[in-house]
Ligand binder design. Structure first.
Ligand code: HMG
Ligand code: MG
Length: 302
């Protein structure tokens, strides 16, 4: 399989990245982050989630953030919607894509969305149908596709099963997530192969948290399978409130640096992306969690 010549990156920083921040981040800062990401050339941005504000207070300003964005033609703005209540609330914001999020592990499903895998599919089915009836693209995220913080290693057969269920209810694109960032290349490839039993190569993406520093290696392993779509988080922000100890996604800056070095086109301006990462990191009072950003910022300072 030839490595793709083009890659699409979805920046999940405003959602996955910020959802784990304890101190409230003002909506204006989130909006500015989205603007900076689109100016850097991101073509898809995961902006927020329409979940319970009691569960994830940081996302309570979802509608305000969506309303504040200056939409750039050609950019897809996506939001998480776990159930019909979330979907209906999201509609006014006119997302281009909605994301339902399930898990390959029962225990994680319970902790994250308070229901079993089977119940989650029942909840997602009307959301998927309603979105597709309105022409809104539907993606699913499958958490814990490699391992679960509560159950340990997850067999590829579990991934295959959940991929099949997602396909049956009409989900168009499946994101395979290593939620806690423990995966290594061959394990991630096996999870992807399981997803590819039900989804075409053009309809899957990788979502790798970088807890153990494996996310770039896992991305390369998937590139070698021909997979050309990945989530990443500017400045390496994030984590999941229901996966203790897991750090953020692989930094978008690091992925872009690697892809540029491999002559793979992303359409992203690395310098502007680094500025976006610095902007949000400054707001959060820390340094960007990206080796490439750190190196380039040091070089600029020198
Ligand atoms: P529940 O308590 O089972 O829901 O929560 P419920 O239907 O029983 O309702 C209970 C209350 O919540 C009711 O309010 C509902 O109205 C309200 P009350 O009557 O008690 O005042 N409610 C809602 N409010 C706002 N928006 C909604 C909504 N639904 C119900 N959509 C629920 C179920 C899914 C809502 C809850 O468990 C939840 O919000 N969980 C948050 C999950 C989350 O956001 N996790 C992080 C994102 S996933 C992730 O990060 C992983 C990913 O990055 C991939 C990876 O790395 O693995 C995607
Ligand atoms: Mg995640």
């Amino acid at each position: 399989m030839k490595v793709p010549s083009q890659v699409k990156l979805v920046d999940v920083g405003p959602r996955d990245g910020l959802q784990n921040e304890k101190a409230p981040v003002p909506a204006a800062v989130k909006i500015e982050l989205v603007h900076r990401l689109q100016d850097a050339g991101l073509k898809e941005i995961e902006v927020t989630s329409f979940v319970s504000p009691r569960w994830v207070p940081q996302m309570a300003d979802n509608a305000e953030v969506m309303a504040g964005i200056r939409r750039k033609p050609g950019v897809r703005y996506s939001v998480l919607t776990p159930n019909m209540k979330g979907f209906e609330a999201a509609l006014e914001s006119q997302p281009d894509e909605i994301v339902v999020f399930g898990a390959a592990s029962e225990a994680f499903s319970q902790r994250n969305i308070n229901c079993s895998i089977a119940e989650s599919i029942e909840r997602f089915a009307p959301v998927v149908a309603a979105a597709r009836a309105r022409g809104i693209h539907v993606r699913a995220a499958m958490s814990t596709a490699v391992a679960c913080p509560y159950e340990g290693d997850i067999a590829p057969e579990r991934v295959e099963m959940v991929a099949r269920l997602m396909k049956q209810i009409g989900v168009q694109h499946l994101g395979v997530a290593d939620t806690i960032g423990v995966g290594t290349p061959r394990k991630v490839q096996r999870a992807m192969e399981a997803a590819l039993k039900h989804y075409a190569l053009d309809d899957v993406s990788g979502h790798f948290h970088d807890t153990y520093g494996q996310a770039l290696a896992n991305t390369l392993a998937c590139l070698e399978m021909g997979i050309w779509q990945y989530d990443a988080s500017v400045a390496g922000l994030g984590g999941c409130p229901y996966a203790k100890g897991a750090t953020g996604n692989v930094a978008t800056e690091d992925v872009v640096y690697m892809l540029q070095g491999m002559d793979i086109d992303t359409g992203i301006d690395l310098d502007k992306l680094i500025d976006a990462g610095k902007f949000i990191s400054d707001h959060l009072g820390r340094k960007p969690n990206s080796r490439a950003a750190t190196a380039i910022l040091n070089k600029r300072a020198g």
